[in-house]
Design a protein around this ligand. Structure first.
Ligand code: NAP
Ligand code: HSE
Length: 444
């Protein structure tokens, strides 16, 4: 009997692949290169049957002649010779969503790397997948090659997660850590990132924090058993971080990183509220996230029994992302079709968004002001009137032609609403040449 189990192989898991770009072509290469070990671990071959993209003539560096071609990618969902559709096209709406819905409606498994679609439509897709008894998997949607979705769904399943935070966008991290190393401006470093292929021609989602917010909302849903609520992510990108902020942070013992952070806190009315925030933050140089440079991602999960866990690795790129996609396929080949968000959608809690005003924290504030008498007094008076206690203050010399001066300060731990009040008091001040930049300081 044992002998029979070892020699008889289950039929292949038959795949349709939509999208033959960076990740799609990478997935084909991975399945070709690692065919034997994938087959052994999946218990059966994983076999691509049909593919789709926009341009059939494009050379993608892989042999596509062995696969059927569908010019309309949604037709993949209707094929009778397919078990799972892999969606590697992208976009929260449009053809990718249409394909996802049709795939699940036809009771086929769906694997996707599309964080935008999962952040916006993950609840609907998961509910439909659960009703159809089919798999929905999206490991590659969060932090590329890092198995953090699996880590949370499986590895920390026995824990209450107290907090989850990390570096979820490689492009932003490349820009910030390169500015740190070179002293160059944001604009020059963004141009460098685009030249090296890290940042897209339109880098908006990366530098405005939206890509990280997509990923954070997915992680928060799994970590806290909450319904995904992308619209409640308090999101700010890195475009306003100046080389001077990085230099000030350095003098104070910090680096600047774009941090996505989620936790459940007790609201002022006593009910649990979900805080989801993506913002540039000051990270102490001794913190593990301070050492994450370049396009790397890292996620910290704090479980009530596991303690602090750090997941770190390549958050993007052909190989790492394909690795996550194929790991999902291996799970499906093994028969794993459990609830996509760990618990059934009906059991996920709708959680109010945290208002965060009473949240305590230390804060870095940077003002750019005209260099004239009384400006510093005006700023410090607003701090005093709002109950913000200043821990340290640095005034730099002129930072631009025209006499603009930089004033940076660190406020002692206090309620975030006090800082917001101080900024309100300064809102119409003619002394400020630009809106202030406020960054939370992450505890060590
Ligand atoms: P990509 O290189 O731009 O490839 C997209 C593919 O989709 C292309 O093959 C394109 O066809 C095809 N496509 C676009 N619109 C289509 C349409 N209307 N009908 C049929 N095919 C269409 O994108 P990618 O970088 O591989 O990313 C794919 C997904 O993975 C996205 O959701 C992305 O967010 C996610 N992701 C990517 C990375 C990464 O490192 N790149 C990491 C994590 C997650 P043509 O080639 O013919 O134009
Ligand atoms: N654009 C993303 C990043 C990669 O820079 O991290 C895909 O998730």
């Amino acid at each position: 009997m044992v002998q029979q189990l070892q020699t008889s192989e289950s039929p292949p898991l038959r795949i349709a692949l939509a999208g033959l770009g960076t990740v799609g072509a990478g997935m084909i290469r991975l399945l070709d290169t690692n065919a034997d070990l994938v087959r052994a671990r999946a218990g059966r071959p994983i076999q691509i049957v049909a593919v789709s993209a926009r341009d059939r003539t494009k050379d993608r560096g892989v042999d596509l002649g062995r696969f059927a071609w569908e010019s309309d990618m949604t037709a993949l969902a209707a094929r009778g010779d397919i078990d799972v559709v892999v969606e590697l096209v992208g976009g929260s709406e449009g053809p990718a969503l249409d394909l996802a819905r049709k795939t699940i409606a036809s009771a086929k498994g769906l694997v996707t790397a599309n964080k935008a679609m999962i952040a916006h439509h993950g609840m609907e897709l998961a509910r439909e997948a659960e009703a159809a008894g089919t798999a929905l998997k999206f490991e590659a949607a969060v932090a590329g090659g890092i198995p953090v979705v699996k880590g949370l769904r499986e590895g920390t399943a026995a824990n209450a997660i107290e907090r989850i935070y990390g570096i979820l966008n490689g492009t932003s991290n490349y820009i910030l850590s390169t500015m740190e190393a070179t002293g160059a401006s944001f604009d020059a470093t963004l141009a460098d990132a685009q030249g090296k292929g890290y940042a897209e021609a339109d880098p908006t989602f990366d530098i405005e924090g939206i890509d990280a917010a997509h990923k954070l909302s997915i992680l928060a849903g799994i970590a806290f058993g909450a319904r995904i609520d992308f619209d409640s992510v308090d999101c700010e990108g890195i475009a306003r971080v100046r080389a001077a902020d990085i230099a000030q942070a350095d003098k104070l013992g910090y680096v600047i990183r774009l941090i996505g952070m989620a936790d459940v806190e007790c609201g002022e009315d006593g009910t649990p509220q979900l805080l989801q925030r993506v913002k540039p933050c000051l990270v102490p140089k001794g913190h593990p996230l301070a050492h994450v440079t370049g396009a790397t991602n890292a996620v910290v999960a704090e479980g009530n029994f596991s303690g602090r866990l750090l997941f770190q690795g390549a958050g993007a790129g052909e190989g790492p992302t394909a690795s996550a996609v194929v790991a999902d396929l291996i799970d499906i080949a093994r028969g794993e079709t459990s609830a996509p968000f760990s618990v059934p959608v009906g059991a996920l809690k709708p959680m109010a968004a945290a208002t965060s005003g009473h949240r305590l924290g230390r804060t870095y504030l940077r003002f750019t002001v005209t260099d004239r008498p009384g400006v510093l007094a005006e700023i410090t008076a607003a701090m005093r009137d709002a109950g913000v206690s200043i821990e340290s203050l640095i005034q730099e010399g002129k930072i631009a032609e025209g006499g603009e001066v930089l004033v940076a300060m660190v406020a002692h731990e206090g309620p975030e609403r006090n800082v917001a009040h101080a900024l309100k008091l300064l809102e119409s001040s003619p002394s400020l040449t630009a809106p202030p930049l406020v960054m939370q300081i992450i505890a060590g």
